[in-house]
Design a protein around this ligand. Structure first.
Ligand code: ARG
Length: 481
């Protein structure tokens, strides 16, 4: 007997409608959370004398059996709507309605699903943070190995100034560092309990919302009952973080693609992350970076989808909210896979040091430092120095001569002079790098300092992450005992 289809609506169901409206397919993401939520609620009902201890014990024992059985072994009848009703039906089948039918006292699927989503998502967010920590560590190792590897940096994708490959890698670490802290921030807003909000107006039963919050290891309660069943901002916030991180990862993919082309030729992606052409035997295509770049684009679409589902809903529960879930989980999995791909590609990338050095030595990447040297040594204004070096570059290009060959003449014309040693130092790209020793600069010793500062941050993240993982484990263990 279908427990939802015997009262108000009767047993007539249309199979296509049921298939269309059920959430069972993606409820697998909340199955375990739902059992925990049921156990916490039942425990509290007993403690509050809303149901008898005897009935409570039977219900909880049966819930544990259902958890062991696994969702795939339950009767996933789509006319039961969702996992909440599947579990309750299973309970009723085993214990009878007079016992099992008491579990849902003072509760609704509306506060239930909101609770489940928060329980499942908090774990996924911690999983994401774990992957980011691993990736960041690997990136720091690459950065450290290349803190002396001279290369050129770009603005507008035009050669700009000398840096090191280590510094370049660190620029991505720096962004991912913020991504990690964003996920930790969001965690605090995910980890609050809507349980007890009921359908939308709480309940007349004497529930103890603080108790279920503690039993489930939540940090706090989302108090207002109408907001509690309605709000999905914790999902939007997570997906916005996912989108931002995805954007940062996509930029890395873009650089892998561009810099591994023959024109740049500064890096080579490991063979296992590339493919060849079915017709052009010479080809080594950066397919994994490209596919990652494309998959990451879908994250933005998922975020906009969820915002659009939410934007015109009257407050409290609307079934539209159900349709948010598959987009959330798809984003989470796409992101996790992508992190692992990017991590793998960066950790195994081959660096063409000669080519990087060659690029740094060509195309006037030291022009800024030459102007700066004129400012320091000759006491002229930077704007004037900028003009003089600009003229030098212009003549060098037009007359096809090295700056070194014409600099004395140009300086003399401007009534300036610079020792040969100063000129050589200014035009040496590695000297440029070494000189850029201010906070956040590419000088090897500064990069080394930055690496150790990032390593410290990672250690702090790791401690925080382990703390949160064990908070959840402890809560689950206590609850199940
Ligand atoms: N399957 C629903 C969801 O994912 C659960 C809540 C259904 N509530 C309701 N009143 N129909 O949102």
């Amino acid at each position: 007997m279908n427990i939802l289809r015997r009262g108000r609506l009767g047993s007539n169901v249309k199979e296509d409608v049921m298939k269309f409206t059920t959430s069972l397919e993606f409820d697998k993401e909340i199955f375990e959370s739902d059992i925990l939520c049921d156990i916490a609620h039942t425990t509290m009902l007993v403690e509050q004398n809303v149901i008898s201890e005897e009935n409570g014990k039977k219900i909880i024992a049966e819930l544990k059996k259902i958890a062991k059985k696994g969702m795939e072994n339950l009767d996933l009848d789509p006319s039961l709507d969702d996992i909440h009703m599947v579990i309750e039906s299973e309970l009723i089948k085993e214990l009878g309605e007079d016992v099992a039918g008491r579990m849902h006292t003072g509760r609704s699927r509306n506060d239930e699903v909101a609770t489940d989503l928060r329980l499942s998502l908090r774990k996924k967010v911690l999983e994401i943070i774990g992957h980011l920590i691993t990736m960041e560590k690997n990136m720091l190792a690459v950065s450290n190995a290349h803190k002396d590897t001279l290369t050129v940096g770009y603005t507008h994708l035009q050669q700009a100034q000398p840096v090191t490959f280590g510094h370049q890698i660190l620029s991505h670490v720096s962004a991912i560092e913020r991504d990690i802290s964003r996920f930790f921030d969001t965690y605090n807003r995910i980890n609050i309990s809507p349980l007890g909000c009921g359908a939308m107006a709480t309940t007349g039963f004497n529930l103890n919302r603080k108790r279920t919050k503690d039993l489930l290891g939540f940090y706090g309660i989302i108090e207002n009952s109408m907001d509690g069943v309605s709000s999905r901002d914790f999902i939007v916030e997570t997906m916005a973080n996912i989108s931002m991180l995805g954007t940062n990862l996509s930029k890395i993919c873009e650089e892998l693609v561009v810099f591994s082309s023959a024109e740049f030729n500064t890096i080579e992606i490991a063979n296992e992350y590339t493919s060849t052409s079915s017709i052009m035997p010479q080809k080594k295509n950066p397919d994994v970076a490209e596919i990652t770049r494309a998959k990451l684009s879908t994250l933005n679409g998922e975020l906009v989808t969820v915002l659009t589902i939410m934007k015109a809903l009257p407050n409290t529960y609307n079934r539209d909210l159900q349709e948010i879930s598959p987009h959330l989980w798809k984003s989470v999995y796409t992101l996790i896979d992508s992190i692992q791909m990017v991590d793998g590609m960066i950790s195994t990338v081959k660096v063409n040091k000669e080519r990087m050095k060659e690029n740094a030595e060509k195309n006037y990447s030291t022009a800024t430092e030459l102007a700066d040297t004129l400012v320091r040594e000759c006491g002229i204004a930077f704007r004037m120095a900028h003009g003089i070096v600009g003229e030098l570059v212009k003549r060098s290009i037009e007359e096809k001569v090295e700056i070194k060959e014409i600099i004395s003449e140009v300086l003399e014309k401007n009534n300036l002079s610079l020792s040969q040693e100063k000129i050589d130092t200014a035009l040496d790209p590695f000297e440029n790098v070494k000189l850029r020793n201010v906070i956040g600069g590419p000088a090897p010793e500064e990069v080394e300092r930055a690496i150790s500062s990032f390593n410290e941050k990672i250690s702090t993240h790791k401690v925080k992450l382990d703390e949160k993982i064990s908070e959840i484990k402890t809560a689950e263990k206590n609850l199940l005992e």
